[in-house]
Write a protein that binds this ligand. Structure first.
Ligand code: PAF
Length: 420
């Protein structure tokens, strides 16, 4: 069974009766109605002068394939006396496929999501009423490579008073990124993401060259998450010849990942400040997995007076607890199994704290002991720090960040929890 959303409308004869009959015919045709929005009266959009419409949106389940579903809806329209007239003309009944599961269909006969649904309040309002959290895949998503073009787009949005939600990424998207994108779409009028594997945040012996890249796959996932624009610049576009300016956030970049990845946060702060200047977001979204990165970016935007709100979103995990990361792709099956020890040790630490242990050294020792049981795992660091200052704490208190970095085989993974 597939979840579908249909738009239903009528502006001829007995409009309410037409809708009732159409619903009965849908049922006869193996389309199982789950929810129906309120029926609202709306002005016609386009076409000749005509009467007002009654409109609704319905959620249903069906086994019909998209093409078959389209034929079925057309048949029902015919049975209820719909005549072919001019485009956007009056109709006894109008049945539109708005969404077919999470499919994106662009054939000659059928475009799904419905190409005009985002512009139509009489679709969006009833749809939100029956499916408040729905993310509408965006079949008009753009991929932009040039800084000048994305600046033009952002400038135009600003002029029109639209808010921009921004998710910077290095691509090879996973559910963690997609959760940020969905949130951006929920909070703001327009969502922009960047995909850029930033060379300046990788050390000379790190994985810049082999970092996974797959734009086609990322475009598909971003479109499903409702993203409006992907900014996908080249290295030359972001760092042309004679590039000389870097942003260095002090103090809070010295410990944790900053200690083992020299220069990493300088690269992050530089690229993120450039992206903020280019995209001009109202809100930017980052995952808690990179908790130190979030702190660095918050500090940087404050110190440089960049007018953007930073939103940190929870870590998204695999079913066994492993924090989602593009680098998980590097793990062999055995390493993948062993990698679950990171989140498992943090889970145990949380239990210890809940049962009254508050000594950081005791917690750290326990985490280390657990990780050492996996022969593929080599600890880089385990630390308890204050999440405001990122300074080590001896006693765990509210807002302590317990963070770790562990090599599993040749892959360096990080994870953390914040004590509430
Ligand atoms: O978290 C990341 O993927 C990167 O560090 C970021 C923020 C996109 C900057 O390159």
């Amino acid at each position: 069974m597939v979840r579908i959303y249909l738009g239903i409308g009528s502006n001829l004869k007995n409009r309410r009766e037409n809708i009732r009959k159409a619903l009965a015919l849908l049922k006869d045709n193996k389309i199982r109605l789950r929810k129906l929005s309120r029926i609202i009266e709306t002005d016609p959009v386009g076409g000749p002068k005509q009467g007002k419409f009654l409109n609704a949106v319905l959620e249903a389940d069906t086994n019909l394939r998209p093409r078959k579903l389209l034929d079925t809806l057309k048949n029902i329209e015919k049975q209820l006396g719909r005549k072919k007239t001019v485009r956007f003309g009056p109709r006894t009944i109008d049945l539109d496929i708005l969404l077919y599961d999470r499919a994106i269909i662009n054939s000659k006969e059928l475009i799904v999501p419905h190409p005009r649904m985002n512009e139509r309040d009489f679709v969006l309002r009833p749809l939100r009423e029956i499916a408040p959290n729905i993310v509408i895949p965006n079949n008009k998503m753009k991929t932009v490579k040039k800084i000048s073009r994305i600046q033009e787009i952002a400038g135009d949005l600003k002029k029109r008073g639209k808010t921009i939600g921004f998710v910077p990424t290095m691509g090879y998207l996973h559910e963690g990124h997609l959760a940020l994108m969905r949130q951006a779409k929920k909070d703001c009028d327009v969502s922009i993401i960047s995909i850029f594997v930033n060379p300046t945040q990788f050390g000379p012996h790190e994985d810049f060259k082999k970092y996974p890249r797959d734009l086609k796959r990322d475009e598909k996932l971003a479109r499903l998450a409702g993203v409006d624009v992907i900014f996908y610049p080249s290295v030359k576009e972001m760092y042309p010849e004679q590039y000389l300016t870097y942003v260095n956030v002090e103090e809070i970049t010295k410990g944790l990942c900053g200690a083992s990845r020299l220069g990493h946060f300088k690269g992050v702060a530089t690229i993120v400040s450039k992206l903020f200047n280019i995209v001009q977001p109202d809100i930017a979204y980052f995952g808690q997995k990179d908790a130190q990165q979030v702190k660095v970016i918050q500090q940087m935007t404050r110190d440089l007076n960049i007018p953007v709100k930073i939103k940190m979103m929870p870590i998204v995990r695999e079913t066994d607890g492993l924090a989602m990361s593009s680098r998980n792709k590097y793990l062999s099956p055995q390493e993948r199994d062993d990698a679950a020890v990171l989140s498992e040790s943090l889970r145990k630490a949380r239990q210890m704290i809940e049962s009254g242990v508050s000594s950081s050294p005791a917690i750290i020792a326990h985490i280390k002991d657990l990780i050492k049981t996996k022969k593929n795992a080599k600890i880089d660091y385990v630390a308890c720090v204050d999440f405001n200052t990122l300074k080590p704490v001896n006693k765990i208190h509210k807002n302590t960040l317990i963070a770790l970095a562990v090599w599993v085989g040749k892959t360096r993974l990080i994870d953390n929890i914040i004590v509430k």
